[in-house]
Write a protein that binds this ligand. Structure first.
Ligand code: UDX
Length: 436
């Protein structure tokens, strides 16, 4: 099939590349000329495991092209995906100007039937708004389909190629048939393609992310309670997770959820509920609790140092909001750094992928180490904010040779408690026994 993907951000690029992989001809469009040049020269602009291989293979096969020319892409395609940003506007509600702007541009270019697919996370009713833009500007028939993405950063290629489900919001038989054919190669194992109306599809995306954010936040609160009552959150997690109705996944407590999706989507769902005069109380609490959880490590640090960390120096391992990504949007690590600095401490950081992004965001507010051990030089304590594999089994002799005191505040529960007792550490993790 002939496909255009408008917007080559994270979602657009993964979508375009993975659609080319099953033999479709895909043209990706972006207004950023430098980025388009970079991609035309074979450079992948983001870090995403597995994307490189597919990206190069499909460029070589001539199935994946990049352009700034929207008219050319629209003309050559029957199916047009929009993967455009929906940043929170001033009031926290999603800003639709990119999507509606692109819809207007496309509506002025089309000369024959097209399917316009919205991949971005958008408030309920957006498909209707997009459709209205077309009705206003052209007589040509279009179907507007809502097709939310459920891609996790770090495993996005796998999530696209083998989705748990594909959600498609459309009531047009014609569009249903074409979309079912397009997605058929991705659901060969029998995972469902779920057709529904546009509004249900749009809400499904928010409901899924908000549910997961709630699940994590619930566990964070259970972890906080575990510390007070002397229970072990790992045991409780296993205890509840083996009930199929609850499930084992997304029950890991930590320093709060971050990233480009959960914080934004929870906030947007609250805002759109408000707009319908519905007070979404659970989600309001989720936002509040998560805000506190992002600096829970700093609370622990302050308690340990009796509220005085002026002049103390900390090593921080992990900056990305989760492993296998260089993404630092809403990353708890940034909140931790900010809180430590406000209390007069200094920080040296290390992350396997996200250092450059942090440098560009906060510059010389922290020191940057070349590796995880160098970060420990003269540190009073080590803090861990992201569960990268390289932090899971470190060389503790090396740690000891660098760090001033054997003190670790672990926001991701990476180490075995008995091991930390044997090694003689002060070890403060989330929802588990304090080792001191
Ligand atoms: C998420 C959704 O999973 C995906 O379906 C959607 O399309 C986009 O948003 P992503 O933001 O890439 O994907 O990350 P995810 O792996 O879901 O993690 C989100 C946050 O939750 C991270 O900050 C992670 O550290 C945190 N998390 C996750 C926990 O704290 N505990 C868990 O058990 C799981």
């Amino acid at each position: 099939m002939k496909i255009a993907v408008i917007g080559t951000g994270y979602v657009g690029l993964v979508t375009g590349t993975c659609l080319a992989e099953t033999g479709n001809d895909v043209i990706c469009v972006d207004i950023n000329e430098a980025k388009v040049k970079q991609m035309q020269n074979g450079e992948v602009p983001i870090y995403e495991p597995g994307l490189d291989l597919l990206f190069h293979r499909n460029i070589e096969q001539g199935r994946l092209l990049f352009t700034t020319n929207l008219a050319e892409a629209v003309e050559k395609s029957q199916i047009i995906f929009m993967a455009l940003p929906t940043p929170p506007g001033g009031d926290g509600a999603a800003d639709l100007s990119y999507i509606l702007g692109a819809a207007k541009d496309i509506s002025k270019l089309i000369t024959e039937y097209k399917i316009i697919i919205n991949k971005s996370t958008v408030p309920v009713g957006t498909a209707d708004k997009v459709k209205a833009v077309f009705v206003e500007n052209t007589n040509i028939e279009v179907d507007v389909v809502s097709n939310p993405e459920f891609l996790r950063e770090g495993v996005a290629v796998d999530d696209f190629m083998k989705p748990d489900r594909v959600v498609l919001g459309t009531r047009s038989e014609k569009a249903m048939k074409i979309m079912a054919d397009l997605y058929a190669p991705y659901v060969r194992q029998g995972n469902p393609v779920l057709f529904m109306d546009e509004r249900s599809s749009e809400l499904t995306k928010y409901a899924a992310n908000s549910f997961l954010a709630t699940k994590i936040t619930f566990m964070n609160e259970i972890a906080n309670l575990c510390e007070l009552v002397g229970a072990d959150v790992d045991a409780v997690r296993r205890g509840i997770g083996s009930d199929d109705r609850i499930g084992k996944r997304f029950l890991f407590p930590g320093v709060g959820y971050g990233g480009s999706c959960f914080p934004k989507d929870v906030q947007a769902l609250v805002k759109s509920s408000d707009a319908y005069a519905y007070d979404f109380q659970i989600l309001k609490s989720v936002m509040e609790v998560n805000e506190k959880q992002k600096t829970i490590l700093v609370d622990k640090v302050l308690k340990y140092y009796k509220n005085d960390i002026k002049g103390k120096h900390f090593a921080l391992w992990g900056l990305a909001f989760k492993p296998e990504t260089d993404d630092i949007r809403e990353a708890p690590a940034l909140y931790i750094i900010d809180a430590l600095k406000k209390q007069g401490a200094t920080v040296t950081v290390f992350d396997p992928e996200a250092m450059e992004n942090v440098k560009q965001t906060i510059g010389d507010q922290v020191n940057y180490a070349k590796n995880q051990y160098e970060a420990l030089e003269n540190a009073d304590a080590l803090l861990i904010a992201t569960e990268w594999s390289v932090f899971r089994n470190p060389d503790f002799d090396k740690i000891e040779s660098k760090i001033k005191n054997k003190v670790v505040f672990d926001g991701r529960n990476l180490y075995d408690l008995q091991k930390m007792i044997d090694l003689g550490y002060y070890y403060n993790s989330i929802g588990r026994k304090l080792i001191d």
